[in-house]
Design a protein around this ligand. Structure first.
Ligand SMILES: [Zn+2]
Length: 232
């Protein structure tokens, strides 16, 4: 069933093939200016879609798509496919159906998954980050009804956002390991962090998801919006 999981959700069989393909390229420095040579991540057969508008490189993950361009296969909750997440963030599409998200005078609809501590912060949700692109109203209802991840993390809050701003990129910093790119690690595994698009070490960073900062935000009553739209 084409509608059984969000468009951005990773599917069984889709594999991250970045590490076999990544190489380092060295940019010459300048002795007179005191600038050392700098290593940068690249793919030998790079395509325009491998980088964003700021030149940051992104993970390559295979895609299992049907003839209509919809992902197929068992969803791997709560993992996200990097290209499909960027596509929905870049064009502000519903991350479930790739259609137009819900817009009202209060803004575009996002769902936030935060616990009581974050909600208790004085400025929340103004300026908060999200990696989840917006939703149309029927798919916000479906997410609220179906998504165990959201319920395990304190439930969903509906946010209407007038000014979503690019914040940066979630991904992994790499190191130059004797001429080979090596992902940095923490005790728990591959290190992941969010950097701004203009980060000085962005050339050694492999991105996976766009991060959006939410401004001019209104918390909305989702149940009332669903009822008004006859979504039961
Ligand atoms: Zn939708």
């Amino acid at each position: 069933m084409a509608d059984s999981a969000p468009y951005i959700t990773l599917r069984k069989g889709e594999e991250d093939i970045s590490d076999e393909a990544l190489v380092l390229r060295y940019r010459p420095g300048s002795a007179s200016l005191g600038v050392p040579p700098a290593a940068a991540l690249r793919y030998p057969d790079e395509r325009p879609e491998d980088r964003d508008h700021e030149g940051i490189l992104y993970a390559r993950v295979t895609q299992s798509l049907n003839a209509a361009g919809r992902p197929v296969g068992q969803p791997i909750w709560p993992k996200v496919h990097p290209s499909r997440q960027r596509e929905c963030m870049g064009e502000m599409l519903c991350h479930y159906c790739k259609g137009e998200p819900s817009h009202t005078a209060a803004g575009t609809l996002f769902l936030d998954v935060v616990g009581p501590e974050q909600r208790a912060k004085p400025d929340w949700p103004e300026g908060s980050f999200t990696f989840q692109p917006p939703l149309c109203l029927p798919h916000a209802k479906k997410a609220v009804d179906d998504c165990g991840h959201g319920h395990r993390h304190g439930g969903f809050t509906g946010l209407r956002v007038l000014e979503p701003r690019w914040h940066g990129v979630l991904g992994t910093p790499y190191q130059d390991s004797a001429g080979r790119p090596k992902a940095t690690r923490t005790g728990a595994g591959r290190n992941t962090e969010v950097i701004p698009f203009n980060h000085p070490h962005k050339r050694l960073f492999l991105g996976t998801q766009y991060a959006l900062a939410l401004h001019d935000v209104t918390v909305v009553d989702l149940a009332a919006e669903f009822a008004a739209a006859d979504l039961t």
